[in-house]
Design a protein around this ligand. Structure first.
Ligand SMILES: [Zn+2]
Length: 306
């Protein structure tokens, strides 16, 4: 009876691990997604990434549970299989990169106050605004230790995605404004709509994004999409709770997260959600950092893939 029980248990374990290995081996890497992969359908892909991250943490010996519910297997607890190693523990730091697109706006001042109150630094992917208030906000962003990124001067899809030259000219125009205003010339970018947006095809053709990303990379720019959407762009003014819950759900199982939020007049609920988002991420032991050319990135479109 004892041997029969052992044989059954061993067989079940083998089946489970075979399923895990097959499934994780077939997962695409983020930059293996083709250009047809939109930001919207990335959500399905991120489900796979969550699983992958959990397997990885499991191997480090810190998170001993594997959620195999997608196969109806339930939870497997196997605390002794993978003892932790010093190397994997030291590389386990969780980092959150909060990013705000489209500012400066009326919301910028409040966003900066909240970040200051919480001792958190963030990255602002700004556009071309020349009012005194906007320039004051640019100064405040830099003075308080946050980072400025280029999100194009005009943010006009038809204009910027018409050609590689048009895109570069728009980026240069914003960098000149930023350099004149605050003495900063960013070498980090976020493409309006993300690097795999399809709206660009209307003015620049199907391969315009890969042409632009290749050229901007050659010019020394690094670009950043996101792996955690706050979904604050899903409605003109998304509900605060939906924003908070999206960040919680989309960050689950990820060690390094680039959180997409918007700094716009109408995004009042993003500002309201921000203290809760920061509190949650702190509770989840994330440290906060600003993006830089050599930091972690997440890109929908592999440079030059098409
Ligand atoms: Zn934008």
């Amino acid at each position: 009876m004892k041997y029969l029980f052992l044989a059954i248990r061993t067989t079940i374990c083998c089946i489970i691990w075979a399923v895990v290995i097959l499934q994780t081996d077939s997962l695409p890497l983020p930059n293996q997604l083709g250009p047809n992969h939109s930001a919207d359908n990335l959500n399905n892909h991120e489900d796979n990434l969550v699983l992958s991250a959990r397997v990885s943490e499991h191997e480090s010996g810190r998170d001993f549970s594997l959620n195999l519910s997608r196969w109806g297997v339930g939870k497997l607890v196997s605390a002794s299989l993978f003892p932790p190693s010093a190397a994997t523990i030291s590389s386990s730091n969780k980092i959150a990169y909060l990013t705000f697109d489209d500012g400066p706006s009326k919301s910028t001042s409040r966003i900066l106050d909240i970040l200051e109150e919480n001792g958190v630094k963030a990255t602002f992917f700004v556009t071309g605004k020349t009012s005194d208030y906007s320039k004051q906000m640019l100064h405040q962003i830099v003075d308080q230790g946050h980072t400025l990124g280029n999100h194009t001067y005009s943010h006009d899809y038809n204009r910027i995605y018409a050609s590689v030259g048009a895109f570069k000219a728009d980026v240069d125009r914003l960098n000149r404004l930023l350099e004149e205003t605050v003495g900063v010339k960013p070498n980090i970018l976020r493409y309006p709509g993300g690097s795999n947006n399809h709206l660009s095809w209307r003015s620049g053709g199907r391969h315009i994004m890969s042409s632009i990303t290749r050229e901007m990379s050659a010019l020394g720019y690094q670009y950043f999409d996101w792996n955690v959407s706050s979904t604050d762009a899903a409605a003109v003014t998304q509900s605060k709770d939906a924003i908070v819950e999206s960040v919680k759900g989309n960050s689950s199982g990820k060690k390094q997260i680039i959180v997409l939020m918007h700094d716009m007049d109408v995004k009042t609920t993003t500002v309201e959600a921000l203290p809760e988002i920061i509190a949650y991420l702190k509770q989840e032991r994330y440290q906060f950092d600003v993006l830089g050319k050599d930091s972690f990135t997440f890109q929908f479109l592999r440079q030059g893939s098409s």
